[in-house]
Write a new protein. Structure first.
Length: 404
């Protein structure tokens, strides 16, 4: 049917084209305005994200807190006790990881710094290595060693102080901006934590308010669709976060067991780091591998090589055996969809987009799959109905006159 170009249609098309043109032409101002709005609502968004993450653990505690005995006491104290317990658990895990990582990291860095001059002198005294190094390089290395030994560190320190004094006034605006941004980020984080606690403490009231707002939508079909998508995204995000936590725990345990069997040092610290970095897509495994390999180099290159091979084997085993069973079964997303989500999310929103893209793409994939399954089911149900007369009376079909 041919579309009639009425005055109303032309007005809608003209308004749409004008709107697209204005958005493109004034995009810098629009982007700045969006940035101001996001910065203003930043603490609320941070609080919402933190509340969603803490709520997963809090709901787990609530399902097991005096559900069979002392029900009256449990009903009265369930929310505050489980909220405080969830917060203490998360802070305790991070405190344990920091307590394991930071002291041993400082010790290993100190060890590496102390070993560098000794290793350099051993390399320079090696006759085979001296034959490989050009004469010009050997002279430069010898001169550099002499200069290092004759450096006047007090004079260098005074020059650094003078440079900082002279450069402070020149870069005052930059320093002020950095300090202001840091203070603003810290303050937003503190407000986000406060909002998260408020959200969790008033969770039932907020859910009831959201339900009343959904009931206010006049069209039942629109309300049902929104409720369906809300449940779908919530279930997918919940399963994805739980699966990622279990996946990180498995990687950390495998790393600790492997390092203990191979008698590698700092097993607890590096295993904790591997587990903490595991949920970060793409770069988490790389950071943990580089960090652990550098730490192993402080002891010996052989141990560093053994650790690197072991960790690659763990990642390979986990990626092909345990991860698909943990994440694939819970989220129900093929590897190709996960790769697409990582690529698109990282290209658009960076690291945050990569973390958000997997559950979002998974929810969209499940919705598309459900729609295609329903469509195929309708087609399959329609085929027997159409062919029923021919199957019921084949003789009548043979004697029927031709349509031509």
């Amino acid at each position: 049917m041919q579309q009639k170009f009425t005055v109303k249609n032309m007005a809608i098309i003209s308004a749409f084209v004008l709107g697209v043109f204005l958005i493109i032409y004034y995009w810098s101002s629009i982007a700045a305005g969006i940035g101001v709005i996001l910065s203003a609502f930043g603490p609320l968004l941070i609080g919402g994200v933190l509340a969603y993450l803490v709520n997963i653990l809090m709901r787990f505690y609530e399902r097991h807190y005096f559900v069979k005995h002392c029900k009256r006491f449990g009903n009265v104290t369930r929310r505050p006790v489980c909220l405080v317990g969830a917060i203490i658990t998360i802070l305790g895990v991070f405190g344990l990881v920091i307590g394991l990582v930071i002291p041993q990291f400082v010790e290993c860095v100190t060890m590496i710094v102390n070993k560098i001059p000794v290793v350099a002198q051993d390399l320079l005294k090696n006759e085979r290595l001296q034959k490989l190094i050009p004469a010009a390089w050997q002279e430069w290395i010898t001169d550099y060693q002499t200069k290092l030994q004759t450096l006047d560190w007090e004079e260098i320190l005074s020059k650094v102080v003078d440079f900082l004094k002279s450069g402070f006034s020149q870069h005052l605006s930059t320093i002020t901006g950095v300090v202001s941004s840091t203070v603003s980020a810290v303050w937003s984080g503190i407000l986000g934590i406060i909002f998260a606690v408020f959200y969790l403490a008033r969770r039932d009231h907020l859910l009831a308010l959201g339900s009343r707002l959904m009931d206010a939508i006049p069209k039942p079909k629109v309300r049902e669709k929104l409720e369906h998508y809300g449940r779908l995204f919530n279930a997918t995000f919940h399963k994805y976060i739980v699966a990622e936590i279990l996946s990180a725990l498995v990687q950390g345990v495998l790393c600790y067991i492997g390092m203990t069997i191979l008698q590698l040092p700092n097993a607890g610290m590096i295993a904790a780091l591997v587990g903490v970095m595991a949920p970060i897509p793409a770069i988490g495994a790389t950071v943990a591998t580089v960090f652990g390999t550098v730490i192993m180099l402080a002891y010996s290159p052989v141990k560093a090589l053994i650790f690197f091979v072991m960790l690659m084997a763990i990642y390979l085993f986990h990626g092909n055996v345990t991860y698909p069973k943990l994440v694939g079964k819970k989220v129900g997303t093929p590897s190709l969809v996960v790769l697409i989500a990582l690529t698109l999310g990282g290209a658009i929103f960076g690291l945050f987009g990569m973390m958000l893209g997997i559950p979002l793409m998974s929810a969209l994939y499940q919705e598309l799959k459900a729609w295609l399954d329903a469509r195929d089911a309708k087609k399959a149900a329609a085929v027997p109905a159409e062919s029923a007369p021919s199957e019921a009376d084949p003789a009548a079909e043979e004697g029927a006159p031709s349509a031509e």
